[in-house]
Design a protein around this ligand. Structure first.
Ligand code: TYD
Length: 239
């Protein structure tokens, strides 16, 4: 990864994919590569990333919280995202940092919009409202089949959370929804097969990030809160 010492633009990268796709591994490798190249990286996750977001994470993912209907579930994820976007992600981008989030709004579109059948358009609008239109510059989709995802999740005997323990058909719907988003927003999507070797995936992701950084650097004035916000409020999320 080659980086210059010119004033750096902030960048927002989200990792998406079904459960067991290996997002955390790739997010960690990219974080390391970018910090090794001298940039400040903020690694975060959804749901979570703020004190209120972490509480909402436990509420929505742990078993035994009583029945959580689909709309309540969608609103909990959206509430966690509102805090995350406004308190953590937008300020870091404005400081010229590279934000790497393990999941973001497209998870809500896939899981709640498609998986829970609340409508992908409605959930995209909800996230757009919750975040004041903050969408990633790059979404890395690690495409995993429901079977591969289940095998990887259960390999370490880790207990499955509320969403992970849904049947394969649910995970198959989510996979299709992510692939549909990649077709709808090709300029911000990089789709890679989760089954590829870890270091090949890491190299492809680093290459795309390097290209994106030089493109932004060559087309933008130095980042100010206004220019960063302007780029991230482009129509990257909702059709
Ligand atoms: P994840 O970060 O993958 O949890 P872990 O790595 O600890 O297994 O995501 C938690 C779960 O929440 C995952 O099943 C996807 C789901 N989820 C949604 O349903 N909607 C959302 O908006 C987000 C961000 C996650």
């Amino acid at each position: 990864m080659t980086l210059s010492s010119a004033p750096e633009p902030g960048l927002f990268i989200a990792f998406e994919g079904g459960d067991g796709a290996g997002k955390s591994t790739q997010a960690a490798l990219l974080t390391q590569a970018i910090s090794d190249a001298g940039r400040t990286v903020l690694r975060t996750r959804e749901p979570g990333g703020t004190p209120v977001g972490e509480k909402l994470r436990s509420l929505v993912l742990e078993h035994g919280q009583g029945d959580i209907d689909a709309k309540t579930e969608a609103l909990i994820f959206a509430a966690a995202r509102a805090a995350h976007a406004c308190q953590v992600i937008a300020p870091a981008i404005a400081r010229g940092e590279i934000v790497i989030s393990d999941r973001y709004a497209d998870s809500s579109i896939a899981y709640q919009g498609a998986g829970r059948d609340l409508g992908t358009g409605a959930i995209a609008k909800l996230s757009d409202w919750a975040t004041d239109g903050l969408w990633p510059d790059l979404t890395v989709l690690l495409d995993v089949t429901p079977e591969q995802g289940r095998d990887r999740r259960t390999a370490g005997n880790a207990a499955e959370d509320r969403l992970e323990s849904e049947p394969d058909e649910f995970h198959s719907t989510i996979r299709t929804a992510f692939l549909d988003l990649a077709v709808e927003f090709p300029h911000r999507y990089l789709v890679l097969p989760a089954s590829a070797p870890v270091h090949e995936l890491a190299a492809s992701i680093a290459e795309r990030v390097t290209t994106l950084l030089s493109r932004i650097r060559n087309t933008e004035e130095p980042t100010t809160p206004e220019t960063a916000a302007g780029r991230h409020r482009a129509d990257a999320g909702t059709a």
